[in-house]
Design a protein. Structure first.
Length: 282
């Protein structure tokens, strides 16, 4: 059994590292894109941006072209392929559990998806921005918060449409059990909310710091770890995680375009084949 004192020390070390990363990166704030059209405080404009993004996301597919539908279909096909092998993948993870991985998943990885560590990170950004009178630091903090909140809301809506059973809710686990809409709130496996949130923040942060490759590597590395931990913890199927990652990526792109542009938002597919959301300039 893990010593609680050791767990708390690990959490403190992680939080200290988060704040240290903020102050070590002070010199790169001045080199970032000027988010002149994005609010640096939680005012009316910032709140309205949530509604603006939501409307554009909901109506985006209407504007998809043939190429976008083909790529979106490819993403769906990949999800279906994982769906076929969901139980086999679950068994591989469950056969390779140990105390070290249990500790890593619970105290180091999972909090990135639940919002604990992001709250500390973006809270630190905002506090630094206030102290240093740095608007961009505050904008990044609000952007990260928006990515997390939009991911949480979106994933919850989808969860309550499908009502898929989690692998831990049935004996034996059955990846084919779906209850459909209006069936309570017990079954909420699809998609993985933790993974959606983690990839939304990673997508947004990697765009903000696109000239600093290490930020993208670390961000997506953590997000991938969150997704794998959800399978390891036996609370999600691999297809839940994959679709959550795709959804989160799209949300993160949406937030970044809100931060960096004043053009109109639309849902589409990126050149690299991922689902993305971007403004269309008329």
């Amino acid at each position: 059994m893990t010593n609680p004192t050791t767990s708390y020390r690990s959490i403190i070390i992680i939080l200290v590292a988060l704040f240290a990363s903020i102050f070590l990166s002070q010199n790169i704030f001045s080199q970032l894109v000027d988010f002149k059209n994005y609010s640096y405080k939680p005012d009316k404009e910032y709140i309205v941006s949530y509604w603006t993004a939501t409307k554009r996301i909901a109506t985006g597919p209407i504007h998809w072209k043939k190429k976008e539908w083909i790529i979106a279909g490819s993403v769906a096909a990949a999800g279906i392929t994982l769906y076929v092998f969901d139980d086999e993948i679950r068994k591989v993870f469950q056969k390779n559990k140990n105390s070290s991985l249990d500790f890593t998943s619970k105290y180091i990885i999972e909090p990135w998806g639940s919002g604990l560590y992001p709250a500390a990170l973006f809270g630190g950004y905002y506090i630094y921005g206030l102290a240093a009178k740095d608007k961009r630091a505050r904008q990044i903090a609000l952007g990260g918060t928006q990515a997390f909140v939009m991911a949480a809301i979106t994933s919850q809506i989808v969860k309550h449409i499908f009502h898929r059973h989690r692998p831990s809710q049935d004996i034996p686990p059955n990846p084919r059990l779906w209850e459909g809409p209006f069936t309570g709130s017990k079954y909420t496996a699809f998609p993985s909310g933790h993974t959606t949130a983690a990839f939304a923040m990673a997508s947004m942060m990697s765009k903000v710091y696109k000239d600093y490759v290490w930020v993208g590597i670390v961000s997506y590395g953590i997000a991938t770890g969150v997704g794998l931990s959800r399978i390891y913890d036996n609370v999600h199927w691999s297809s839940d995680v994959f679709i959550g990652a795709a959804l989160g990526y799209a949300i993160g792109q949406t937030v970044y375009t809100l931060m960096s542009s004043d053009s109109k938002l639309s849902l589409g597919v990126s050149e690299t084949g991922g689902i993305s959301l971007a403004y269309r300039i008329e």
